[in-house]
Design a protein around this ligand. Sequence first.
Ligand code: FES
Length: 105
Amino acid sequence: PKVFYTQPDGVERVIDGTVGDSVMSTAVQNGVNGIVGQCGGALSCATCHVYLDPTEMKLFDDPSEDEDDMLECTASDREDNSRLSCQLVLSEGTDLHVTIPDEQA
Ligand code: FES
């Protein structure tokens, strides 16, 4: 599956990801700007904040309570389509589009 990242500088990066990897780890492994992922996906940093394409929100379960709590701690404003990208796991045949906020910490 492909992940389309719009970086904070406005440049789009398209990465061919691996099923089972997260949107966060895919970004970190490929040098996408703006996703930090400081805690490595343990839901304790909120530096992997992204805005998910609103039409793709339904592809995922609602945020868990822990994710929801951490989303209150994001450096850039939380929006309706805010997610922590370490919780967005790639699945077969599903391309994703995310916009990376300006600030993560
Ligand atoms: Fe820390 Fe996602 S990488 S919460």
